[in-house]
Design a protein around this ligand. Sequence first.
Ligand code: TGC
Ligand code: FAD
Length: 392
Amino acid sequence: MRPDLFEAPDYYNLDELLTDEHKLVRDAAREWVKREVSPIIEEYAQKAEFPIQIINGLAEIGAFGPYIPMEYGGAGLDQISYGLIMQEIERGDSGVRSTASVQSSLVMYPIWKYGNEEQRQKYLPKLASGEWIGCFGLTEPDHGSNPSGMVTNFKDMGDHYLLNGAKMWISNAPFAQVAVVWAKNEEGRIHGLIVERGMEGFTTPETHNKWSLRASATGELIFDNVKVPKENLLPNKSGLGAPLGCLDSARYGIAWGAIGAAMDCYDTALRYSKERMQFGKPIGQFQLQQKKLAEMITEITKAQLLTWRLGVLRNDSKATSAQISMAKRNNVDMAINIAREARQILGGMGITGEYSIMRHSMNLESVITYEGTHDIHLLITGLDITGLNAFK
Ligand code: TGC
Ligand code: FAD
């Protein structure tokens, strides 16, 4: 892969909306991605392996629990700093951002919000430092968009719970030490359980042959009569709203992350269009290429404004789940379209690993599917504005 020459687009001077702390956090993440992710990520994506050596660096830039209080090892930052960190990491690779999203919003968040003090003290500092990596098991082979139908279940055996079932498509599963698993009790009520690697009957086979998110490890979680200690049940929230609450936080991070992938594709295509000569001119001088680039920066700027505003609302605890769905859906769609257009601007070079665009393009096929598909988020908006539920 070529040297990382990334220069972030800021067409509407949005930096003026950021505090000094936001810029400090963002710039540290940006520098780290340039130094530690860009030089190696193409090789890891090609060999379909997560670069485990970057875990410490992710912890150092505050990517594990950016908004978790410092008393639990988190970075104690606000929602805009959290978003900016996700943007910068995904500028490098969506798979790396996935690891950070899952760790922060799908593992640390439920332990912090729904766990008791003992669980917070036991797990959060180790997750914040990257000593332990976590994963989040909601999706099942037969229950993806409709998690309420899940069949994974646990029975009260007196001194422990007995967990049975299977989860599929689980990011970080192959190397996670800790899994936050959503399962039904004997009354059919959904609860979160903390399952640890090493518990008898718990296995995490890896999912192979992905064309997307290749630098992220994906796997299954299999529970075959796993004895889970009673103290591992998350006591403070149950029902489908519990996992969906975690998804709100992760989807918000993805809305920012997608901007990062889009910025990288735009910046690469813009630079290429000024250097690549055809018919005796830089291709950026042709109107058709300018149309593509002008539309890209317009869409990136709109997404930046939407997401910054959402961050302000979240800082005031005023953002609704439907607002988050709109931003996730819009921004991932924006990024996937920009990746496709940018790829074309690079001609044949666009399909190679010399440039990041094809990798972003393939990664975004997962991002547009996970954490609620493009269509599911549209139906969430539809429900919110009409009051009529397309899911029932
Ligand atoms: P529904 O009846 O609407 O709701 C059930 C209960 O949940 C509440 N609720 C929410 N609570 C918090 N946040 C939200 N976003 C919420 N949405 C709904 C709701 O109020 C209700 O509460 P209560 O007290 O009345 O019971 O549920 P439904 O069964 O009709 O489903 C609705 C639907 C389809 C929108 C939802 O299930 C959904 O979002 N489906 C998509 C599934 C999904 O996003 N899966 C993601 C799996 S994790 C993942 O992909 C990680 S990728 C990680 C990475 O690598 O980055
Ligand atoms: P389905 O639900 O079968 O959907 C198939 C199609 O039908 C989609 O186009 C969908 O939009 C459409 N559809 C479904 N219902 C409706 C409806 N009511 N109206 C209209 N259209 C509908 N899950 C986790 O729990 N943890 C993870 O860490 C995790 N990581 C992932 C990593 C990767 C790389 C991928 C690809 C997925 C991951 N997922 C994870 C799973 C992800 O959340 C699901 O793939 C996603 O929610 C969609 O579920 P599904 O694949 O079963 O598709």
